[in-house]
Design a protein around this ligand. Sequence first.
Ligand SMILES: Nc1ncnc2c1ncn2[C@@H]1O[C@H](COP(=O)(O)OP(=O)(O)O)[C@@H](O)[C@H]1O
Ligand SMILES: [Mg+2]
Length: 344
Amino acid sequence: MRELTVLVTASGAPGTAALLRALRENGERTLRLVGTGMSERAIGRHLCDAFHVVPAGSDPGFAEAVLDLCRREGVDAVLPQSSYDLLSLAEARELFDGVAALLVSAPEAIRRSNDKAETYALLDRIGVRGPAWRRVQGGDAVAAAARELGYPERDVCMKPVFSSGSRGFRVLSASADRREQLLSNRPGVAEAMRLEDLVELLGENETELLVMELATGGERTVDGFARGGRILLGHPKTREAMRAGLAMYFRTLDDPALMETAARIVAELELDHFFNIQLVGEHVIEINPRISTIVYQEDLNLPYLGVKHALGEISEEELRALAARVRPGRVALRYFDQVEWDSA
Ligand SMILES: Nc1ncnc2c1ncn2[C@@H]1O[C@H](COP(=O)(O)OP(=O)(O)O)[C@@H](O)[C@H]1O
Ligand SMILES: [Mg+2]
């Protein structure tokens, strides 16, 4: 089989080492890896065959920089890891035609997923359960929305309409005790807040916010890849042992109803390539149109299969047949590792 070159963006992201290893250990061919990142300190610089610093995904020069690398490095497929990279790449899709396969959905699907209010409106429309929600700006509107959703009898939560990595997510609870939090909790934990404190903090700030029903229960995701709104391969998994906003433990589930829910969302957005649909309890809370943490199996290498599919090397029928290999009960445990070198 011919050698392949795959460019992985945001190669400082937490899942990078496992993703690169899986792509390399595909059991079929030599695979050359090109990593990009915003800093020389991305682990991709050490684990890829070539590494390049590029502008942030939100920078107007990002897609051009990736395109230029595709030409210079002879890249066959581009696999974006960060939510911030998706829109600029998708909007530049035509420029990549004939250069490299770009594993992203259409710009419209990405816009609708990045806008969490739009996502919740979409869930309501297609009858998939999401949290009750209000889109607001400023402290007073947050207070009114929180009361409508049952505060102070019920805890609610809020997050920015546009965000990622749990930035800005807060539980609003009338029983939150700041002194108790100060004295007994570890730093870095996003503490629950009382509404009064939040209202004071926000003032007339214009950031668009979502005030939401607080979903409760275990976190799960459905991960896989799609073509034209049809899931080709994927499975649900748990998302456990949170540490600094990242899950560290995952267990593959057998849950046809959850796959059916995911299928409706994927169809509505006409998603292509990798997706990750996130739930808290029975509520869908986020749609990520990109690759996320993968539970690898020696006989099922989702990232590699997704790349092969993007390159037209494997048919939809062949992929669907592979679904039988998904092993419920398969577990992934993440941990920290490190590399050393002598700085000049
Ligand atoms: N309505 C909700 N109810 C309960 N928890 C929520 C809700 N929305 C978000 N969260 C929590 O906040 C985290 C971040 O929210 P999410 O929508 O996934 O945004 P992002 O991952 O882009 O920061 C989730 O992993 C979940 O733990
Ligand atoms: Mg999320």
